[in-house]
Ligand binder design. Structure first.
Ligand code: C5P
Length: 230
């Protein structure tokens, strides 16, 4: 299991200071999401790489559009020095397939993940939009994602095993909504801790606020890394 740190901070300087602070950590993934990418653009990715060329980058833009627009955007994404990106599974089979074909034509071949159900949804709020339970929809989303060439899915820890059982053990899962300290209160609903993530066979855990809002982020990261290895 790998740790992916979300660089969702208030300014580019803050994000880059965290990248510097975490430079000594091996096997680290860094996540650039909407807030940072919209504000700082792809120059941020270059700056991260120039501070830590070993860090792997997950560009978390969660594309959702018509298949043609998604495929063209994915071609542009694959030209960036990134290692993983994502699209919404609910954009459908054709979109996933077009995106996969588009990135296969590029020399950089980042991992393609599809978003199952945002971890801020609980079953009730999910049903109001998607008309079915998270479990049922994820079965369908994982099937179309796997069949159309995605490498894995973004999901909560509690769906990780089910997704693998429904597809293949080699189909990866990346799980946000990780609780480090018990009292965490924010917008995440389907939360879990690191041991849960290990037991449920999560391949990547994404952790943001518990790290960058901590007084000593590197200590939190070291603690997480130790728990991952234990
Ligand atoms: O701060 P926190 O640890 O909750 O950060 C989780 C990160 O994972 C955020 O950047 C959020 O956008 C992202 N994410 C998520 N749920 C998804 C996909 C991505 O929370 N389904």
């Amino acid at each position: 299991m790998k740790l992916c740190v979300a660089l969702d901070m208030e300014s580019k300087d803050d994000n880059l200071a965290l990248v510097k602070e975490l430079k000594s950590i091996e096997d680290l993934w860094l996540k650039v999401g909407l807030r940072s990418y919209i504000r700082d653009g792809h120059k941020l990715i270059e700056d991260i790489k120039s501070i830590n060329s070993n860090a792997k980058i997950f560009l978390d833009l969660k594309l959702y559009d018509i298949p043609n627009t998604m495929a063209n955007s994915a071609s542009e994404i694959a030209k960036l020095p990134i290692d993983m990106f994502n699209i919404h599974a609910s954009s459908g089979s054709k979109a996933i397939n077009y995106v996969k074909e588009a990135i296969d034509k590029e020399s950089n071949n980042p991992l393609l993940f599809t978003v199952s159900a945002l971890t801020s949804f609980d079953d009730d709020s999910f049903k109001k939009i998607y008309g079915d339970s998270i479990k049922n929809k994820i079965k369908y989303f994982s099937k179309i994602s796997y069949e159309n060439g995605a490498d894995g899915m973004v999901c909560s820890v509690w769906e990780s095993k089910m997704i693998k059982e429904n597809t293949n053990n080699s189909f990866l899962t990346l799980t946000p909504g990780i609780k480090i300290d018990r009292d965490r209160k924010d917008d995440q609903k389907r939360v879990a801790d690191i041991n849960n993530a290990k037991n449920e066979l999560s391949d990547f855990i994404v952790v943001g606020r518990p790290i960058y809002q901590a007084e000593n982020p590197i200590e939190v990261v070291k603690k997480i890394m130790k728990k991952i290895k234990d």
